[in-house]
Every structure is written in C-alpha cells, then in structure tokens.
Design a protein around this ligand. Structure first.
Ligand code: ME8
Length: 633
C-alpha cells in the first residue's frame, strides 16, 4: 500500500474546551487534509486530547469530579465541537487510552535500555500552566517567560540525554530546509539549540494521575514527553504497520510549542529510538485579542461555534454555512509568521466584503440570470481562452499555497477568482445581450456558470458545506478531484440549475432592514450620549490617489491628506466611482478608528458614504471646500 499522507494536530489539554486559537490549528490541518484528499492522496488525519497533565487533574478537582470522569467529558466535548466545525479527522487519540499508555511506556523503556534515559536529581522551577520546566535564569520577574506562576520542585527523577543530540539536530535542520517552517521559527529553533541543550527531566512524582514509569511506580512520565509519543502510538508503533503512515508529512502547531518541544525534544526522542523524523513541522503565529494571546488561562476565549451561531442569527444565513464563514475567516487570517488580532469588526468586515459581496453575490447573480434569461438552464457555450488562462493561473496559485501550508494566501486567490467572476459578469453584461436577443448570450452564461463551478472546487478544502451549497445551486455533484477544476467541459449541455438563493445575506442589509422595521414600528433607537458621539473624530480629507486593490471587485486603496498628515483607507466603492472621480475630491473621514487589514492592505480609518436604495455607496462630501484636515461635528 502506498504511504499515506499523514497530518497531525497537537493533542489539546482537556482542562477546558476549544476556542478559536486551538481551532485555528485544527482547521489548518483539516484544510490540508481536504486539499490532499482532492489531490488524490490517501490521507490519515490525527487529532486528540492530552489528558495526563497535572493541570487536568487540578481542573477535575475544581469541577468536583474524578479525573477520569472529567477527561471523558471534556474529550467528548472536543469531539462534538470538531464535529460541529466539520473537522474530517480519521483518528482521535486520547492519552489515557491503553493503546497510548502501552506505547509511551515502551518508548521510555527502549530509550532507557539504550542509555538515553538515566536517574538523577531534579531541582528547579515548574510552570503547571504550560507543564514546562524552567531554569532560574529563564524566569522573568519570578514568573515563566509567558507570565505564568511557577513552583519550586525538588525530586529524584529520570532524565533524557537531550544534550547529546545537539549536533545531530542542527545537522538535520540544515540538511532539510522544509523540516521547520516558517523560516523565522527555524531560526529561533537553531539559536535555541546553539545556546546549549540541557538534559530533560522526563518524570514527575506519581500523585495518582499519569502514566507510571515502567518498573518504578513512584513516578509518572512527564506529560510532554509522553504526549509527543501520541503521534506514533496512534499509528501502532512499534508494529511495522506504522510505516504506512510514518514519517508524518506535516505536523501543525502554534509557535508556542515548537521550539522546546516539537523541534528539539521530539526529534531527539525519535533519533534515540531510531525512528525517522517527520517531514515538516509548521509553527503558525497566534490569534490575539487586544494585545494578548487568546487562551483559556487568560480567559479571553471566543468559541468557534458560538461565533458561527451568532453570525447566523445576525445575518440570517444558515447555521451550517455560518460555520464555513468562521472556517473561511480563520483560513484567511491565518497568522503565519506574525500574529493576528481577532476583533468582531474584522470578522464582520471579512464576511460582508469577501463572502457576501465577492463570493455569494457573484454566484447569486449568475444563478438568477440563468433562471431569468435561460429558462433555468446552462446553455452550451465556450469559455474565452483568456479567461481559461487567467483562471488556470489562479488554480495553480491556490494549489501551491495549499501545498505550502499558506492558507491565508490560498484564501486570497480563491476570493480573487470570485473577483474575476464579478468582472466577467460586468464585462459580458448578459442583461444587454438578452435585451438585444444577441446569440452571444449562450457563451456568456456558460462562461459565468463555469466560473461558479471553479469556485466550488477551489473553496472546498476551506468551506466544504459552502461548496456543497454551490453544488446544490448548480445541481452538480461535488468536485472530488483537484485536477478536474477548470475543465472547460465541466458542465453538461443544457444543464438545469436550481432557483437562486443568497447563501450569505449581507450583515449590513440585515441591519438596514432591521433599522427600517424599527422606524416603522416606532421602536426607540439606541441613544448614545453626546460624549460618546464626540469620541468619533471626523475630519475633512482630500483624496490624493486612488488605486484598485488587485483581484478585488469593489475595493479602492485611497491615499488621503489632511494638512500635514497622510493616511490610507480601503473603501468598497469601485463599482460606483472611478479613480478619476475620486482623486482631488474632499470626503468625510473617520480618523480615530482602529486600523485593520482588508485583503492584506492596511485600512487606517473609514470614509463616510450613504447606503443607496440598492445598497450602492453614495459618498458624503462637504457643501463647499474646507481646508484639508478640518474637524467635522
Ligand atoms: O500545548 N493562537 O495543548 P494546548 C493560535 N497539550 N493558536 C493557538 C492559540 C492562539 N491564541 N491558543 C492555542 C498543548 N493555540 C499540549 C500539546 S502536543 C504533543 C501537546 C493552539 O491545549 C496552538 O496550536 O495548550 C497551540 O500550540 C495549541 O493550541 C496548544 O494547545
């Protein structure tokens, strides 16, 4: 049997349930798995829960439950949430399972027999939150480098001779450029190893929870040491069958657990066992809230399914596609080298601009036109060669980004294709062709339907339910194989489509509708105080330059001047205004809005526009010229 494409996530501590930080790694792994399956790989996707930690036992005690009862419940909750997020894992390992404890003990024994583990005395600081040992010199103001409380531990313990692996680790990293990505993380690992590795303490006193050291019941195996083993215990190591999966093709994780654990301790353990190293370790950045990492210990968590549920409630989209909006948001804002900040405004903006305007509206327009101009059928036609070439370029770029674990880039290209679809609609103007009984209508509508089909395939790894919904509109089976995306004959002749349906209704529209209803029923509006209003700084700004944001349908990057100061904003007004219309014009600008990224471009504020009757933007301009930078009240 061909070797499987083996993908792993970290196994999560069961001291609380998943939030969008933990979900980020799992989603990244799921997108990789779904893409590789479409590529024709036999995928094996493993996730699971890390249940033997001291903090898990402490959380159980706090909940008034026995540790086993507690881990059973929380682990089940992880499964439920991953199910709700449509995570397509093939196996779920729990470190309290016999298949794991047996292998963890076997690994310990083999390393001990080979002389890699010895008995010694441990005295030092222990961070229970991160389950990590620290040297005195590593503490910052008496706390761990991450700011967690530490406690002094003095025990006789077993040590793993990590120091003996320095040279081999450095050599492996150097010879295998894809072993650790991104590059910045690799550099961190290399400098960490070069500072000198200390032997790792790999046991703790047995306090009644954990995997006992073989032959010494007074100790349990240090939770990190045995947790890492899950990646091979789940695939049946040491039985030969494990080679069907191992080495893992990609091990996804956040940067917090890469340097000390996955890129040093773990490969050294494998070297000691004589087992091959994983092919690639990806250590992505963090999702922040404000300036802090989203984390259960900080208590600033956002639960992924609640975010989806809330979106469904506010926008009116179905719950299952709301989950895909969250999946899309995570993929599109995947922090690769740096970190990303979660705000609900960013989430809403991404939803309205990318999913509603670009994707859902484009598809809706095509299906509506097929219904009204072509009797609900896709006529036989030909796609212009230039569209085929353009789209194939995009398909290649999306595939490259998925293969290189760059989800944020893949999402940009996918939405870029939605942009091309909208441009094709505006270029073909099927409504004119129809009015003039022009026979070119068949080619035009076939081309547009072909774009929708392409989008369905490209977006599938990120948003499988959304892709199914698109298939429902096209009445075509799902695209299973990547290499069929963009085939020109992908749609049977005179194929009948479904009635049009807006998959993602606009949040803005819903708000506008609600507002109208409120006015009609004379419900009192939320009032704000004068002080609250004055917090918003409005100023007159002049447009110095206007450039289209590449691969978007509606976005301009505007350079604004206000006296001495220059700012840039991204504004969705390209369908209503051209660059010539805009340059030199004075506008009203909100100058103290938190900057945010729109399609990779920083938007430092917002310009004011009214919502026209069809949702179009109508810019607000001063009645006569005022000096640039003048305050507006
Ligand atoms: O560390 N942003 O488990 P854990 C991005 N059990 N990713 C985040 C994140 C955030 N704000 N918060 C969490 C453990 N993560 C160990 C792993 S593996 C053998 C043992 C993600 O429950 C990120 O992948 O603390 C991080 O590495 C992982 O969740 C930590 O999960």
């Amino acid at each position: 049997m061909a070797k499987r494409y083996y993908i792993t996530t970290p196994i999560y501590y069961v001291n609380s349930v998943p939030h969008i930080g933990t979900a980020l790694t799992t989603l990244a792994s799921d997108v990789t798995a779904r893409f590789q399956r479409m590529r024709g790989s036999e995928v094996h996707f493993l996730t699971g829960t890390d249940e033997n930690a001291i903090k898990v036992a402490e959380a159980a005690q706090a909940a008034g439950k026995s540790p086993q009862e507690f881990v059973d419940e929380v682990s089940e909750e992880f499964r439920r949430i991953w199910g709700g997020m449509n995570i397509s894992f093939d196996d779920f390992i729990r470190t309290t399972e016999e298949r794991h404890t047996r292998v963890a003990q076997e690994v310990f024994k083999r390393l001990q027999d080979a002389g890699h583990i010895y008995l010694g005395d441990y005295e030092g600081w222990y961070d229970v939150t991160a389950e990590t040992f620290y040297k005195e010199s590593e503490l910052v103001d008496g706390k761990s480098p991450d700011g967690n409380e530490v406690r002094w531990v003095k025990e006789s313990n077993y040590f793993f001779r990590l120091s003996a692996f320095e040279e081999r680790l450095l050599k492996h990293i150097e010879e295998n450029p894809d072993f650790i990505i991104p590059e910045v993380r690799k550099n961190e690992v290399v400098s960490f190893i070069k500072q000198g590795l200390h032997d790792a303490c790999v046991t703790r006193t047995n306090a009644g929870w954990g995997i006992p050291v073989p032959g010494d019941d007074s100790k349990v195996i240090y939770v990190w040491f045995e947790a890492l083993i899950n990646y091979i215990s789940a695939i049946g190591w040491p039985d030969d069958g494990y080679k069907e999966y191992w080495p893992a093709d990609v091990q996804w994780m956040g940067k917090d657990i890469l340097v000390r654990f996955h890129a040093t301790l773990w490969p050294a353990m494998l070297m000691g066992l004589g087992v091959e190293l994983p092919k690639t370790l990806v250590g992505h950045g963090w999702m922040l809230m404000g300036k802090e990492k989203i984390s259960k210990s900080k208590g600033n968590v956002v639960a992924p399914l609640e975010l989806a549920h809330d979106l469904a409630r506010r926008s009116g989209c179905a719950e299952d596609v709301a989950v895909d909006a969250v999946r899309y948001y995570m993929a599109a804002s995947m922090p690769y080298e740096g970190d990303e900040t979660f705000t609900s405004d960013n989430f809403d903006l991404m939803y309205d601009v990318e999913l509603v305007n670009d994707l859902s509206n484009g598809i809706h327009r095509v299906i509506s036109m097929l219904n009204s101009f072509c009797d609900g059928r896709i006529p036989r036609g030909t796609v212009p060669a230039s569209d085929v070439l353009d789209v194939r370029d995009h398909i290649r770029d999306v595939a490259k980004a998925y293969s290189n674990f760059r989800l944020e880039i893949a999402s940009q290209f996918v939405i870029g294709v939605a942009g091309l679809l909208n441009q094709a609609i505006d270029r073909e103007k099927p409504w004119d062709l129809r009015k003039n009984d022009d026979p070119r209508l068949a080619d035009a509508m076939y081309t547009l339907a072909w774009y929708v089909r392409v989008l369905e395939g490209l977006v599938r790894p990120i948003a499988p339910t959304l892709a199914d919904r698109i298939c429902g509109l096209l009445r075509l089976p799902e695209t299973r194989r990547w290499d069929t995306i963009g085939a020109e004959n992908a749609i049977p002749a005179n194929h009948r489509v479904a009635k049009a349906e807006a998959i993602y209704p606009r949040l803005g529209q819903k708000k506008a509708k609600e507002k109208k209803q409120m006015e009609q029923t004379k419900v009192e509006e939320n009032v704000i105080s004068f002080e609250e209003f004055t917090k918003v700084k409005l100023r007159i700004a002049r447009v110095l330059n206007a450039e289209r944001v590449p691969n978007t349908d509606k976005l301009f990057r505007l350079e604004l001047v206000m006296g001495e100061e220059k700012r840039q904003v991204v504004a969705g007004i390209a369908q209503e205004y051209s660059a010539e219309d805009l340059i030199g014009r004075q506008l009203v600008y909100v100058s103290n809005l938190q900057p945010r990224k729109v399609r990779g471009v920083e938007s430092q504020g917002m310009i004011l526009a009214a919502d026209g009757p069809n949702g179009e933007a109508i810019l607000i301009q001063p009645d006569r010229e005022a000096p640039d930078g003048t305050s507006v009240h």
